[in-house]
Design a protein around this ligand. Structure first.
Ligand code: NAG
Ligand code: NAG
Ligand code: NAG
Ligand code: NAG
Length: 485
């Protein structure tokens, strides 16, 4: 079920400029026919908007106040230093204080999160966060937002497994639970439900967003997990330990009232997969890769540069990422032999859960090649200027969109050179399973109409690849050329 909605996902992510207009029209027809099936997942794109709380009356009051405060923020700060403030200035000062205590809840293309600051209390058992207002005439009482802290908000299937948190504002005069544990550092609450278990989603939906949200605290941050998966923490421990100096807190059954000066519920996330827009945030995906390398103590920053093609004393290293269960190469030995003939040192590895091993091996290589699948996420560990070859299985435009959006486009921002090899039908084992006039062979987009499950079970689960090494050779030759630059 992991990939139940990935297809819908590929639509919302899809960018028109990459395709010709004819293809575009075909695509739109397919989208139309699919809209009913995937409607819940086709979310809005890009717009950054403040989330409206559950109780709209209070919300209206808040947004008016917030607008005032934001528009005159600098002014208020100046008036704070004046010796005898006027009545109007005093009022402004109060408004500013209130603003600090207001949760700022925003909704973006792929995520929703709330940032709170002040007297913040977290109660795990009831999955509640309270912002306690100490203003007597505060307008902030009893406002509440609802957040599922997992960064793939338009994907209803993924989100259904994510625990819902409420972010509330209350007055100190109300009966608020007293702090039983005081903390002096900020906290970030996030879920490891959704598509956790799929390597690609673990990075795209959690690891990269976590970096984007928490890096600013320079280790001085408490990570709080909801929907905890203990194996996930073990798997990513090197990264998590680098990101936070504190033990991760498992919150769901916790009956303590934990108090923090600042809490972020949910994660920031750029809409593009495995990417961070440096125009929008203070970090880029290059910073993320740098951070990953230092988390795993990886030595190689740059890929090899071949100065002299005849000099074989140091060979470029080619990693063939193999898969066992599906979309595997049936002639790995033949591919390896051909690559060796071209001067590569060839390493064959199947990516498992041992991140340290994966990180070491991938980082030691200059070129990574593999069939489209979650394992390709490991390009994140490649050194700068390395080369990534994605082998795209048979399955028409649908498979190509996924290949483009999940890996080709993300790799553009990573300082990695991208090459693509689309297999021909003759290289797919599907031709041994179905007659040539079968719809599966003739018209993959007709299978899409049966739903993602049907599509995936054929093109992603039943297909293996016998790479035509003669047809593939020019790609590896191009690789060598690129390693000269
Ligand atoms: C900012 O302050 C000025 C003067 O005090 C006022 O005229 C203006 O409306 C304020 N702007 C906002 C957004 O509240
Ligand atoms: C807020 O909640 C408290 C306690 O539940 C209640 O006494 C109070 O009347 C509420 N205030 C508003 C404005 O709804
Ligand atoms: C936490 O801090 C508050 C405010 O300083 C204090 O009143 C309370 O006793 C502290 N609680 C604990 C358990 O230390
Ligand atoms: C070949 O590479 C080795 C080690 O990198 C270097 O010492 C040697 O000078 C190179 N030879 C040529 C001809 O470039």
């Amino acid at each position: 079920m992991i990939y139940n909605t990935i297809f819908a996902k590929s639509f919302s992510r899809y960018e028109q400029k990459k395709l010709g207009y004819g293809a575009l029209i075909g695509f739109l027809l397919i989208v139309l026919s699919l809209c009913t099936v995937f409607k819940p997942y086709l979310g809005p794109l890009h717009d950054y908007e403040r989330i409206v709380p559950k109780n709209p009356f209070n919300a209206a009051r808040i947004s008016t106040q917030m607008a005032k405060v934001e528009g005159n923020a600098t002014k208020t700060l100046i008036s704070e230093t004046s010796i005898s403030p006027t009545k109007a200035e005093v009022e402004k000062l109060e408004t500013r204080k209130v603003e600090q205590e207001q949760p700022l809840c925003v909704s973006e293309a792929r995520t929703e999160y709330c940032q709170t600051q002040g007297d913040i209390r977290v109660h795990g058992k009831s999955s509640s966060v309270y912002t306690v207002s100490h203003e007597t005439n505060s307008f902030a009482e009893n406002v509440s937002w609802s957040i599922r802290p997992y960064a793939r908000k338009t994907d209803a299937y993924a989100m259904s497994s994510v625990r819902k948190w409420s972010v509330n504002t209350v007055k100190a005069s109300q009966q608020v639970s007293q702090c039983t544990k005081n903390h002096s550092i900020p906290a970030v609450i996030f879920s490891t439900a959704g598509y956790t278990g799929n390597h690609f989603h673990e990075f795209s939906d959690i690891i990269v967003p976590l970096f984007l949200t928490c890096r600013q605290f320079n280790g001085q941050v408490q990570l709080i997990i909801t929907d905890k998966k203990p194996w996930w923490i073990v798997k990513h421990q090197a990264f998590l330990k680098k990101l936070s100096n504190y033990e991760i807190m498992d919150i769901d059954r916790d009956d303590e009232v934990h108090c923090f000066p600042k809490v972020i519920v949910g994660l920031k996330r750029y809409h593009k997969e495995l990417s961070i827009d440096p125009q929008k945030y203070s970090y880029s995906i290059k910073d993320f890769r740098h951070f990953l390398r230092s988390s795993y103590s990886l030595k190689r920053v740059n890929a090899i540069k071949i100065k002299d093609i005849g000099n074989q004393s140091k060979k470029p290293r080619l990693l063939i990422l193999s898969r066992k269960r599906s979309r595997s190469f049936t002639n790995t030995n033949q591919i390896a032999k051909m690559a060796k003939g071209l001067g590569f040192k060839v390493i064959v590895m199947e990516a498992g859960r041992n991140m340290r091993n994966i990180a070491d091996v991938v980082n030691s290589c200059d070129v990574l090649m593999g069939v489209h699948g979650a394992g390709l996420t490991n390009i994140l560990f490649l050194p700068e200027n390395a080369i990534f070859i994605q082998v795209v299985p048979y399955g028409g435009m649908q498979v190509e969109w996924l290949a483009t959006n999940d890996f080709a486009k993300p790799s553009e921002d990573m300082n990695i050179k991208y090459l693509e090899y689309k297999i021909r039908l003759e290289e797919s084992t599907l031709i041994q399973q179905y007659p040539l006039d079968h719809m599966i062979i003739k018209d993959p987009s007709s299978i899409v109409k049966q739903g993602w499950e049907a599509f995936r079970s054929v093109y992603f689960d039943k297909q293996n690849i016998k790479l035509d090494v003669n047809r593939f050779r020019p790609i590896l030759q191009k690789t060598i050329e690129l390693l000269h630059q």
